[in-house]
Structures are given as C-alpha cells and as structure tokens.
Design a protein around this ligand. Structure first.
Ligand code: SAH
Ligand code: SF4
Length: 357
C-alpha cells in the first residue's frame, strides 16, 4: 500500500490513475487541513478513481487504543499501537489561552537510558517510521477538531531520542512543513535532544526554523554522565560549541532552549549553579528549569522543592539569563515529561468516529 505521507509514491499513483493534480490537491486538503478521515478524503476524487485509491492509499499506521484525560490540567494522553504491537504515546496539552500543543514520540522506548526517565528504563524497542511520527499529529488533530481546537505547537519530547532516529525525524519535519501536506509553521515545532552535536547542526541547517532544545541537566561532567549514560560520548564543550553553531545557523532568531532538570542534591547545589553559569557564559540560550516527575524506577532521585527551584531561577536571572520554570501537566495520567513508558496505564475511554464535514 502507498503511504499518504510519501509524496513521490502518491504522485506515481496519481499518474497511474491518470488523475489531474487538482483532485489530488483536494484529497490532501481534506485529509491534512480539514482533518477528515481517509474515506472522506478519497470522496474528493472523481468517482472512477475512488475505489482504486481507497484500496491503494494508507492513511494511518497507528491505531489509537486508549485516551486518558487529566482531571486537573487539560492534558490528554493518547496510547497508540503500531502494526507490530509496539506502543507509542503522545500527549495533548491544552492551555487556557486556547492554544494547543502536542508532544509526540520519535521512538518506541529509548536506548539512552537516562536514570530519571521512565522511557529510558524501558530500553529501545525500535525506531518509529516517519509515517508513525506523523500519524500522531493526524490523529491528535482529528480528536481536537471536535473541540474546535488545532495543534499549534509540536514538540518532539515524547518517547525516544529524536536524533537516534534522525532520518525518519527529518522526513517527518519535511512533511510537516510542506505546503501541500500539513503546512505546519516550522517555527512552532521543537525537537528536544539529549545532545548529539553533529545531528543538531544538521537539523539546524536543513530546518533553520525548527527550535532545538538541549537536555543539559547538569554542567558537571561527572554528574551528567551518572544521570545520562550517553553523555560519555560527547563532552560539555562539544555541546556548548553545537549550541553556538545552531544559534548562528538559525540567525539567533530563537535561541536554543537549554533544559535543566532540578534534582535534589544532584543538580541544584551551589556548585551546580556555578557550573551552569560558567557553561552558559557568552552563550545565547533560554534556560528552562524542569521539575522532576518522580518515577518508580528511580528511588534515589527526588525533586527540588518549589521555593528552591524559584531561588535557582532567580540567581540565573540575576546574571542576565532568560529563564522559565516549567510546570508539569498531565502527571495524574502519567503523561508528564519522563513518565511515558512502554505500557500505558491510562483509563479506558470510548473513541468516537469522525464524520465527513
Ligand atoms: N530524548 C529527548 C526528548 C524526549 S525526553 C531528550 O532527552 O531531550 C523530553 C524531556 O523530558 C527531556 O528534557 C527529558 O530530560 C525530560 N525528562 C525525562 N524524564 C523526566 C522526568 N522524570 N521528569 C521531568 N522531566 C523528564
Ligand atoms: Fe531517552 Fe530523552 Fe528519556 Fe533520556 S530523557 S532516556 S534521551 S527519552
């Protein structure tokens, strides 16, 4: 079958069916922009081509199995199953301003093995295909359509390390940005990485509008290596150089976001602050301080209490840095950062179908 996101294969099918480009544009418009399902999109084609197009085109690579709505903060966790049974999770984040963000996964599990992350503890099952990455956006948008919402911001901060699946992530970003497909503003897309310098630079070159976020978490090499096993592969200096290069490539429009997890006794002491300040010296970054969401696998890691998080932020601000404190959403449905694991623990909710409209 032909994947709807594979533009070259769809074009070949168009020629075989001797279709004008216009009906195909209408089909894509119905599917990507009006967020209709595959059957409704195929109905945009002339009658003679519909049956063959319906048999040949594949609109989904994931099956939405369950959703879980947070009762406290407007987050919804989506649990998908791929063809081979692996589970993939995404999280819809609704803000009170009416904006909607979607956190998507790039891998099933993750091989980086970070001590604080539930996904890391599950190990890597496999890379997701670009189509599986994109289907998370399609299906979340389909759900949101009934609420009068649309995904505005997309963050690759779900399961997996995007730059350990660089080719599929690159392909997915390209399709997101294509005007005849999602036509998603790439400035509203962020890729978060544990730190793969060469891939960060390649991404910034190919997609200068895509925002990059680096999960630094500690500017002390020994601590970082204890928390993030893959940190042994690249030094803090290499990461710093990569951030500077990315900022240059992106003309410093949106500085790289540096994510810093506040872990009591690990990353929040005065020496940690000093190391972070030294690492940031002369670098144009936006520091995002993340509260730790406890996971059962890491009994020795605890969050820094909120007043101390605020004090840490204030000290960074006093040195002229742009700092935000992240507040976690979705913790009650294990959808907060780092809580996405292989098996969903979400509550069942019946799913409704979409009507053509
Ligand atoms: N692999 C990428 C993207 C997925 S993780 C990366 O590591 O950047 C997305 C973010 O969630 C990262 O900043 C990660 O460090 C953070 N995170 C992981 N586990 C967490 C936890 N238990 N509490 C809070 N943040 C966590
Ligand atoms: Fe992988 Fe990111 Fe989790 Fe580390 S924090 S294990 S890189 S998903």
């Amino acid at each position: 079958m032909i994947d709807i996101h594979d533009s070259a294969a769809v074009e070949r099918l168009r020629r075989q069916l001797q279709l004008d480009p216009h009906p195909l544009r209408r089909l894509r418009n119905a599917f990507y922009k009006r967020r209709l399902d595959g059957a409704c999109a195929v109905a945009e084609l002339p009658e003679a081509s519909r049956e063959r197009a319906a048999a040949e085109l594949r609109f989904h690579t994931l099956t939405l199995e369950r959703t879980a709505n947070s009762t406290v903060d407007g987050a919804t966790k989506l649990l998908f199953a791929a063809d081979d049974g692996v589970r993939v999770e995404s999280v819809i984040l609704r803000s009170r301003t009416g904006r909607t963000a979607l956190c998507i996964s790039s891998q099933a599990g993750c091989g980086a093995g970070c001590a604080f992350c539930a996904t890391g503890h599950s190990g890597l099952l496999r890379n997701l295909s670009s189509s599986e990455i994109l289907d998370q956006v399609v299906q979340a948008n389909r759900m949101l359509r009934d609420e009068g919402r649309r995904v505005r911001n997309i963050v690759l901060m779900g399961m997996g390390e995007p730059f350990h699946n660089e080719a599929a992530v690159g392909e997915a970003l390209a399709v997101l940005g294509r005007t005849d497909c999602f036509d998603h503003t790439l400035r509203h897309v962020a890729v978060s990485t544990v730190g793969v310098p060469a891939a960060m630079e390649r991404c910034a070159r190919r997609f200068p509008q895509v925002r990059l976020a680096l999960s630094l978490h500690s500017a002390r090499a020994a601590v970082r290596q204890q928390l993030i096993p893959t940190a042994r592969r690249c030094s803090l200096e290499e990461l710093r150089d990569a951030v500077a290069t990315v900022n240059e490539l992106q003309a410093r429009r949106q500085p790289v976001m540096v994510e810093y997890l506040l872990l009591a006794g690990w990353t929040d002491r005065p020496e940690d602050l000093d190391a972070l300040l030294a690492w940031c010296q002369g670098l144009h970054v936006h520091l995002n301080l993340i509260p730790f969401n406890a996971i059962p696998e890491a009994t020795d890691l605890h969050p820094t209490p909120r007043p101390e998080r605020e004090a840490f932020a204030n000290r960074l601000k006093a040195r002229g840095h742009r700092v935000t404190l992240r507040y976690s959403l979705g913790a009650d449905v294990t959808a907060a950062c780092g809580q996405l694991a292989r098996s969903g623990r979400s509550a069942d909710r019946p799913l409704s179908g979409t009507e053509c409209g």
